[in-house]
Ligand binder design. Sequence first.
Ligand code: F6P
Length: 467
Amino acid sequence: MASSFGTAQVLVASNRGPVSYEVREDGSLHARRGGGGLVSGLSAIGPDAGALWVCSALSDGDREAVRRGAGEDGVRMLDVPADVHADAYNGIANSVLWFVHHMLYQTPLEPVFDAEFRRQWASYEAYNRAFAEALAEEAAEGAVAIVQDYHLTLVPGMLRELRPDLRIGHFSHTPWAPVDYFRLLPDDIAEQVLRGMLGADRLGFLTRRWADAFTACCDAVVGGVGGTEIGVHGLGADADFLRQRSHEADVDERMAALRTEIGQGPDGSARRTIVRVDRTELSKNIVRGLLAYRELLAGRPEWRERVVHVAFAYPSRQDLAVYRDYTAEVRRVADSINDEFGTAGWTPVVLHVKDDFSRSLAAYRLADVALVNPVRDGMNLVAKEVPVVSDEGCVLVLSREAGAYEELGDDAVVVNPYDVSGTAEALHEALSVGAGERAERSKRLAAAGTALPPARWFLEQLEALRS
Ligand code: F6P
């Protein structure tokens, strides 16, 4: 029996992996490595720890790397059929589970759980099974496997059946829906999701609020969480990495370019900045943020010419029409504000929609105010990162619906994300905070936001699973 076990001692499974490939014109494969909490976490356990990351082949380059057997050590990419992945990722994960946990449905048109949904659900099951089988094949006896997120809720239960010897964890990077909203899902599907996750020894959430919501759903749908342990690990920003990376030459270059775009106020001093950096994600509430800024300029004309809203909204999930429409709406509203208020020397909204990490760090450094107003968010790391990086310290305008609110709420200007007028007032309040107070608050925010850096966040979970 032991001979059928694999060799990996620590396994991570996620839809998106740490590396993606692109085929160059000369046919060579070029690897692009990503960042994020899991990457730092796995590097913290060292190259000899027997770690393996199981993820999807997402790009043509990834699939080519799988075909050529050219992937890198420590990563196994699963090349599931493209239509199965599309149904599981776009159809179920991003159009159903994401919408449920972020409470994004708009009645009366949504949601509709019909035959098409059932067809996509079968792909979601197949997709989860592919992960469970790969993990079962690769794991050494008694190994630890930590499964990530809403794409893979069924994996713990499936893996438990295949490999009862493993210690299995699952971590949710999203919020968890309140019971009444979760129960929009058909009863059998709601039950399958919960039972799938409860196949784990331990489930991790970003905040107590999401953990409690999950427990409440289990109480209502499957009669409790049984023997599964529930833990809270509030992923923080990586202070060392951010401080070092944000002072590299490419960031300095982007700062110079941004300073030119922002320009100077009527008295010759640098304009104040309200900075936001998000994926063009419906839950991030970018449009209401723009509308609040519009109301600020309309209702408090003293800020005209003296402030710029630097909004970076990087395209996300553009296979889905609703995301494409949202991206277009962000552009439309930003343009309309510039048309209404802009002058020869002042562009009120500087909007960029092309992903550029160096430019994001440049904006963080220049931020006087950071606007983080999601309608619902698992954590929101931008709220934790900007105070670490901003050169002069920033005031954080923070939605009470972001997971980060639990840790940062005391030192932020807190908003109800639906309240556009309230957010406009919060922006005014934030812009009016004096330099000394701003620096003090920012220091406290940076300390709270980096309390659990990614490597420790991952090790904590690993230790909890092993003990
Ligand atoms: O919040 C869930 C999450 O999976 C994050 O971990 C990640 O930043 C984001 O969604 C990205 O989504 P996608 O992989 O669909 O681009």
